[in-house]
Design a protein around this ligand. Structure first.
Ligand code: IVH
Length: 691
């Protein structure tokens, strides 16, 4: 792979990772599995290792603070045997098919080991001479992270084995789980600290394993259950189940919920029993694993490329519960959007007590014809917030009331408004609605914005005292003011002030996100920061300039344009500037690679090895200015494959030079084979700024 191809792939991976981070952390609604997410990160890390000149400090692989990314700090090691997955089935018929296929090959009577399918983070432990010497995460199945230091802190995993008969050198695999009680406690702590809660115990377990602070891992209340010893490592055992019994006798944590089954009827009983009974377990399970017990038969059956032929997973259906809607709250967010939230009769669902569910917006309520007092069906998928998926109309009580959507803001009483083609009502009193102001202040300090640890309670205190009304007020806070707050002592107060002071170093992309411009999320903020380089350039951008940026649609362009034409916002920016915040990418994306294009205006058209936006970024990095239309002021038209015919025609008419990609690369000193030249053409920060 050459550097250009790598740059393209790196850019694409970073965008995907950031989008998934947003879905995971901000929306609590991950759309890809942890495993697939890890794959993206690993691929990116690999490319950055291969092409260090494309690595940037703000790549998602280096981001600190996020548990998920921390994993990249661990040594990566190859598994002795790949960690495979299991074939999934969702019906008893498919399990019967599995049994029939196995019977064809085995030809004698045999037994199955039925076990729970634990929903945590996969782990592979190596014991040598009876001592725990290594613990690898699953990783991509071939290479995992060496998290031995963290594993040693988890209760119940022996550092040395007891008893006798253990192989001198063997691996044993299983799952690290976060029990529901630990999960609830951890998330409550995270919410208090203003951090995003984990979406589910699985994410929490895998995030915890990759923490850099192993003491913290110890405090997280994780547990382990082991369920597989690769048969190569246990030659002298007859069956899988006997090997696990032996492992238990050596002090290893092995589940006691296993059962040997002689036929499909017994398998069905086991599945039927645990489908209900699993609700009483203190940890998450998502199915049953059925394994052919004899190790000899396992060897005969072997593996497909992805999974063993001797085992199959039966997945439970997502848990549903019926409960009653008691009332509806209408919550105002920092952007003024009003979200209806159902208060329900508490119901136990997937291990936690559920009493609230989002109702998204008025249309969502109408689509179910939901009434207060209705019995609703709720499910919990990968998300924290349960979803209502149906209403039992037959159970509607006679006095069930149709919800009345408020016409005024529940907080400040201002009449609500609705924008055309938007489903949400919002409170237009952005400047004075307390809930919106507090929401914006909290957002301003949040981890991915100014990164000042601060929870809702503190914001309430600061707001109620009148100390803080707008972000710039944080930078005027005095020690004596903080110490006058209830429960605040000298240490906490000075720590808070220190962290506010430290936020002055937070880079422009984060500051831009912190401003809370409507529709501008973290990724967009970072992209705008890198494209425009400074708040002044962004503030001057016309609506068309904004629209010309990839991924910026009309709504977003309008919102940004209007933001910078609102006097109160501009005044606030001035105050924040005066406080010393970063409003340009000084040491980042705009760092000049050369002055080769100084004073030139370049129009980029057609397709290139890099994306068009990256070509424009290259123009900027070499001192030029990228423009959208060919005119008398254009220095040259940079034409890739299939350039716009209109642009070519105009350039020809005006006598503007048309330059090929190769000529351009030569002009900016890129494209030469030596590494040094390549580094110059792809300056470190050029691609990083897009995150
Ligand atoms: S046996 C060769 N047993 O589910 C496969 N896996 O989707 C050996 N899992 O990668 C795995 N509970 O992380 C096995 N009782 C159990 C399990 C289990 C959970 C996980 C494991 C595996 C994944 C497959």
């Amino acid at each position: 792979m050459d550097i250009k191809e790598a740059a393209i792939q790196i850019d694409s991976l970073r965008q995907q990772i950031n989008e998934n981070n947003r879905r995971y952390y901000v929306e609590n609604a991950p759309v890809i599995s942890d495993y697939d997410y890890d794959q993206l990160l690993y691929r990116l890390a690999e490319l950055e290792r291969q092409f260090p000149q494309l690595d940037t400090p703000d790549s998602p692989t280096h981001r600190v603070g996020s548990d998920l990314q921390a994993g990249l700090r661990f040594a990566r090691k190859e598994h002795k045997y790949p960690m495979l997955s299991l074939g999934n089935t969702y019906s008893i018929e498919e399990v019967e098919d599995f049994a029939a296929r196995a019977a064809k090959i085995i030809n004698t009577s045999f037994t199955y080991s039925c076990e729970l399918k634990f929903d945590g983070a996969g782990i592979s432990l190596t014991y040598r001479h009876g001592r725990l010497v290594q613990a690898l995460t699953r990783g991509d199945g071939v290479v995992g992270d060496d998290v031995t230091v963290n594993i040693r802190k988890i209760a119940g995993i022996p550092h040395t084995l007891r008893g006798s008969g253990w192989p001198e050198d063997f691996e044993i695999r299983g799952e690290i789980l976060m029990p529901f009680s630990s999960f609830d406690r951890l998330n409550a702590e995270r919410e208090d600290a203003g951090e995003e809660p984990f979406a589910n115990p699985r994410n929490a377990a895998s995030g915890s394993l990759k923490l850099l602070d192993s003491e913290e891992v110890g405090r997280r209340g994780l547990m382990c259950t082991l369920y597989h010893i690769p048969s190569q490592d246990i030659q002298n055992f007859e069956g899988h189940s006997q090997a696990l019994d032996a492992a238990a006798s050596w002090g290893l944590p092995v589940s006691d919920k296993r059962r040997l089954c002689a036929n499909i009827e017994e398998i069905k009983d086991y599945i039927g029993y645990w489908d209900t009974e699993r609700k009483n377990l203190p940890y998450a399970t998502d199915g049953v694993v059925i394994k052919i017990n004899s190790l000899e038969h396992q060897r005969d059956l072997g593996y497909t490329a992805k999974s063993p032929r001797w085992a199959v997973a039966y997945k439970f259906k997502a848990e549903e519960a019926l409960t009653k809607v008691l009332s509806i709250d209408y919550q105002v967010g920092r952007t003024g959007a009003v979200t209806p939230v159902a208060n329900m009769e508490p119901v136990f669902l997937s291990g936690t007590m559920v009493k609230r569910a989002t109702l998204v917006n008025e249309d969502f309520i109408r689509s179910f014809d939901l009434h207060i007092g209705d019995t609703v069906k709720v499910v919990k998928g990968g998300e924290i917030i349960p979803k209502i998926i149906g209403v039992d109309l037959s159970a509607r009580p006679a006095d069930a009331a149709l919800p009345v959507f408020p016409t005024v803001c529940p907080d400040c009483g201002t009449p609500l408004k609705k924008e055309e083609d938007q489903a949400r009502w919002y409170c237009p009193n952005a400047g004075a609605c307390p809930t919106q102001i507090k929401g914006r202040l909290l957002h301003f300090l949040s981890r991915k914005a100014m990164n000042v640890l601060c929870g809702e309670a503190t914001i309430d205190q600061l707001y109620d005292r009148g100390y803080v009304r707008k972000p710039s007020d944080f930078y005027q806070l005095q020690m004596r003011q903080l110490m006058s707050l209830e429960g605040w002592k000298e240490k906490a107060s000075s720590r808070f002030l220190e962290s506010i002071e430290a936020s002055k170093k937070v880079t422009f992309d984060h500051v831009l996100f912190a401003l809370g411009i409507r529709y501008v999320g973290q990724t967009t903020a970072a992209m705008l920061a890198s494209r425009f380089g400074s708040i002044e350039a962004l503030a001057e951008a016309s609506y068309e300039d904004l629209l010309a940026v990839e991924d910026i649609g009309e709504t977003m362009a309008r919102s940004i344009y209007e933001y910078f034409r609102t006097p109160s916002e501009l005044e606030e920016i001035e105050r924040l500037k005066a406080a010393g915040l970063q409003f340009d990418m000084k040491e980042n994306a705009t760092q000049k690679a050369s002055d080769a294009l100084a004073g030139m205006t370049v129009v980029v058209s057609g397709t290139f090895a890099l994306s068009r936006d990256d070509m424009k970024a290259l123009v900027a990095a070499h001192g030029g200015k990228a423009a959208s239309g060919v005119s008398g002021k254009t220095s040259f038209l940079l034409a890739g494959e299939k350039p716009g015919p209109e642009k070519v025609k105009k350039a020809e008419e005006l006598g503007v030079k048309i330059m090929s990609e190769a000529e351009f690369m030569a002009l900016i000193g890129a494209g030469q084979p030596e590494a040094a030249k390549e580094e110059e053409a792809f300056p470190q920060d050029l691609f990083g700024g897009m995150i």
